[in-house]
Write a protein of this length. Structure first.
Length: 340
């Protein structure tokens, strides 16, 4: 191992019940607590912990927390409305945009605040973004779908920061049950990043105009390692993945076929065949994916989706199922995860 590999410890996340957060927090340095719960609030620092509540659960019985921990002591702060925590190597920044009739400008402003913060504090390697949009498939005040409205603001912010398409992080852009748009991002100071595409899907940033005025800017996965020469032991952050080949949704109305294609897409994405383009050799399969979130549009489909996921992921994988809308009206399911 090189010295850099030894010193840059990669971050980790765990799912826990809402009431167990303080026990998990006591075991390490907490970068952030993301509550997938019954209401959305502005991000805050609570008992010294950066906390973001997302409206992603119908009742407290299905709520859970995702707790991000790192190796070093964490400091928190606030910058132009976004709240952050950092440990000298990793930064988590969270924000919320209140419900409005047009999201482009507010999304651009909130993203600018977060990107500006990363620049200012020297966390220039953003490797994962999550975005939660209430009424994602609904129309804004001008008749533009809220997801497309959001994509426009995001693309404009990236442009202002001269973010090249090949540098965009992996992301999730998913529905939520309330609260406008909430987001959290992870960035690093010195870890090495590789944005990974899926050779069987069109890069999202190349999607044609039929999907909105500006394409969604995200990578299918991010490979995060201590050094650029480590092409074997880094982490893989798998973006929200759905039943899309090329740029087209396949299997409209068929949840079983959509789950199968989503899983096939992830399987191919993390395979050495796909990663060869990036000189990454990891020997991965679906059995290595953990910290999985499965977003299901129709509650009644959850048992079917769960059965199929349990057949293909490891029995030890931690999986959360959430009942929310997906970024295209014809998508019934979406899956994300992490290979640590
Ligand atoms: C499912 C897709 O996109 C979704 C939307 C994303 C976004 O806009 O950030 C990222 C991944 C998925 O959550 C897709 O286009 O394949």
């Amino acid at each position: 191992m090189t010295q850099a590999q030894q010193t840059v410890k990669l971050p980790s996340s765990a799912f826990t019940g809402l009431t167990e957060v303080s026990e998990v927090a006591a075991t390490g340095n907490v970068l952030g607590v993301i509550n997938y719960t019954t209401e959305c609030t502005d991000p805050r620092v609570e008992n010294g912990l950066l906390t973001l509540d997302l409206h992603m659960a119908a009742d407290l019985g299905e709520a859970f927390a995702e707790v991000w921990t790192t190796a070093r002591p964490v400091e928190t702060g606030e910058h132009h409305g976004v709240v952050y925590a950092h440990d000298g190597e990793y930064l988590l920044v969270a924000g919320r945009i209140a419900p409005t009739g047009r999201y482009t400008e507010d999304t651009r402003a909130a993203y600018v605040a977060a990107l500006d913060l990363m620049d200012g504090l020297g966390y220039k390697n953003c490797f994962r973004m999550w975005n939660f949009l209430n009424d994602i498939n609904g129309d804004n005040a001008e008749g533009l779908e809220i997801y497309r409205d959001f994509c426009k603001g995001r693309a404009e912010a990236f442009e202002l920061f001269h973010f090249g398409d090949k540098e965009v992080p992996s992301a999730t852009g998913i529905g939520s049950l309330g609260g406008g748009i909430a987001f959290y991002f992870l960035a690093s100071r010195s870890a090495a990043l590789t944005s990974v595409e899926n050779s069987k899907q069109m890069a999202a940033y190349h999607y044609p105009r039929q999907y909105g005025p500006r394409p969604p800017k995200f990578a299918r996965a991010t490979y995060l390692a201590g050094t650029h020469t480590d092409r074997r032991s880094g982490q893989i952050y798998v973006a929200g993945t759905a039943s899309i080949r090329g740029h087209e949704t396949l299997h409209d109305g068929d949840v079983v076929a959509q789950v199968k294609l989503s899983l096939d897409n992830i399987e191919h994405l993390v395979s050495d065949e796909n990663l060869a383009d990036y000189e990454i050799v990891r020997g991965n399969s679906l059995l290595d994916v953990d910290n999985i979130k499965v977003y299901v549009r129709h509650r009644a489909d959850i048992p079917t989706v769960k059965k199929m996921c349990e057949e293909r992921f490891s029995p030890n994988a931690r999986i959360q199922y959430l009942n929310v809308d997906v970024c295209r009206a014809d998508l019934l399911v979406e899956i994300e995860g992490i290979i640590a």
